[in-house]
Design a protein around this ligand. Structure first.
Ligand code: 4NP
Length: 168
């Protein structure tokens, strides 16, 4: 079977989708799942930049590496090349649907569909400050919590035998 490929997408490709890339890579490897992972933004606002230092700091605390990541914009070719294109929020989803040729629209999904017990349906944008779900933290830890949960759900659909994902 071919190695599955996944593209995580948010708006700027400096906060949420780089976090999803880092988290998913680590947890897939831990689960023994061979997968290609990348991330991109629906905007080109931060092209070439490294991930947001607040994302890097929050991720590092849980052992995730953002090494080698630089922001890029989604391209037409991505819709052809990737098996799954995973949006962080509803706006990202709608923007992707707009950019994507009809033949490939089935590849576009909302990430938190893989976190069925989550009361939220989207990974909130942490860029502009605290989100209402977190009391003290600046929102980046909450983003990590959601992304870890959805990553494990997605890993299970790609590798059902990975029932037990080893804790850190
Ligand atoms: P991201 O967060 O989509 O999770 O990377 C954002 C980054 C930058 C901006 C918005 C959201 N911005 O407006 O520049």
């Amino acid at each position: 079977m071919n190695t599955p490929s996944i593209l995580f997408v948010c708006l700027g490709n400096i906060c949420r989708s780089p976090t999803a890339e880092a988290v998913f890579k680590t947890r897939a490897k831990r689960a023994g799942l061979d997968v290609e992972v990348d991330s991109a933004g629906t905007s080109g606002w931060h092209v070439g930049e490294t991930p947001d230092p607040r994302s890097i700091e929050a991720g590092k605390e849980r052992g995730y590496s953002f090494a080698g990541q630089n922001s890029r914009a989604v391209s037409k070719n991505d819709f052809v090349l990737f098996d799954k294109i995973i949006a962080m929020d509803h706006r990202n989803f709608e923007d992707l649907i707009e950019k994507c040729p009809d033949t490939y629209q089935h590849k576009i999904e909302l990430f938190l569909n893989y976190a069925p017990n989550s009361p939220e349906t989207e990974v909130p944008d942490p860029y502009y400050g605290p989100d209402p779900y977190s009391n003290k933290d600046n929102g980046f830890k909450h983003v990590l919590d959601l992304i870890e949960r959805a990553s494990d759900g997605l890993i299970k659909t790609l590798k059902p035998q990975a029932e037990h994902i080893a804790p850190k």
